[in-house]
Design a protein. Structure first.
Length: 309
């Protein structure tokens, strides 16, 4: 397993790149470049005519991309969302791509660097944006959103059963003092959580929910899946690694719907002559024992692969 000097241990490294079935002269997209672990492996399999486009919202990912691969003509990088990958492909005048990889969520450096404001373990400014130059920070949101909206986000995106209590506590606390630090929020939320689960920080679900909301992660995923499928050539593959059930449910549903085609109303006779648009490649894949022993992040990873027909 690669534990690179860029501070992120890539999950399902060999499995994801193998699933893409990289061809030497193919065109590929790593939609979640992060610190370039998967990209490095894809580049190893590409020949001189092959090309890889790395995309990431995070300006630090851009910096790593420049450091690691600026001397490699086969590699290009765009800072932005994978939800906009079709426009990047159009701008590059690529006729279509042979494979897209999405390794969802946040990278270890994003979580570990206190000043990014994702962590409930270390104190930092309450930010949580993958791209700190765009959109609303977590602090701006928790200080202005309505109590019902906060409660809904914690419930829907964190599956947090004490969402209402936590939202109430956040709104009460901000009347005394704005909430600007990660540990300040973690303490407010923890105090409103009456049942601490063993081995889990009581703010885990709330932080996850706010992060997903601030970064529009589920909206981006829905749009990113559509765009990825749209830019694939026939025979091209989409490989998605997700880290929590909401994402995996979306990926599974999306892939299933494409493979099965549009639902026909029950009262219509089934006409089975439409050619399939895609097929699933294998079953969902999880990390093996060796990887699990070395990387706790791999515990929740689920990978699914789709091939366009
Ligand atoms: C789990 S990390 C990827 C790690 C990478 N595979 C590696 O080996 O280094 C996820 C990365 O995706 C980025 N990201 C998440 N959602 C994104 C989106 N909608 N568009 C672009 N990048 C996104 C995050 O900023 C983060 O850097």
């Amino acid at each position: 397993m690669e534990s690179n000097q860029y501070g992120h241990v890539t999950v399902l490294l060999a499995e994801a790149v193998e699933a893409l079935g990289v061809e030497a002269d193919g065109l590929y997209i790593d939609g979640t470049f992060g610190r370039g672990g998967h990209s490095a492996e894809i580049l190893k399999a590409l020949g001189p005519q092959g090309r890889l486009l790395g995309i990431d919202k995070d300006p630090r990912a851009r910096r790593t991309a420049m450091e690691r691969f600026s001397g490699d003509d086969r590699f290009l990088f765009r800072q932005g969302s994978f939800a906009d990958m079709a426009s990047f492909v159009a701008e590059l005048q690529w006729p279509g791509v042979d494979g897209v990889l999405l390794d969802l969520g946040v990278s270890s450096p994003q979580l570990d660097e206190a000043e990014r404001g994702f962590s409930f373990m270390q104190d930092g400014p309450l930010d949580m944006r993958m791209d700190p130059d765009s959109g609303q920070s977590a602090s701006e949101w928790v200080n202005t959103a309505k109590e019902e909206e906060i409660s809904k986000v914690l419930w829907d995106l964190g599956e947090e059963r004490f969402a209402r209590r936590m939202a109430k506590a956040i709104v009460a606390a901000r009347q005394t003092q704005p909430i600007t630090r990660t540990l300040q929020l973690a303490e407010i939320v923890a105090a409103a959580n009456p049942r601490w689960e063993k081995g889990k920080n009581p703010a885990t679900r709330a932080f996850q929910a706010i992060r997903i909301y601030i970064n529009r992660e589920l909206d981006d995923l829905a749009q990113g899946l559509e765009q990825a499928f749209g830019v694939l050539k026939p025979g091209g593959r989409l490989t998605v690694i997700s880290f929590h059930s909401l994402e995996d449910r979306m990926v599974k549903q999306y892939m299933r719907d494409i493979v099965r085609g549009p639902k026909t109303p029950k009262w219509l006779p089934v006409v089975d002559d439409a050619p399939p648009k895609a097929k699933l490649v294998g079953k969902k894949i999880r990390a093996g024992e060796t990887e699990l022993a070395a990387n706790v992040r791999a515990r929740s990873a689920v990978m699914r692969v789709l091939e366009k027909c």
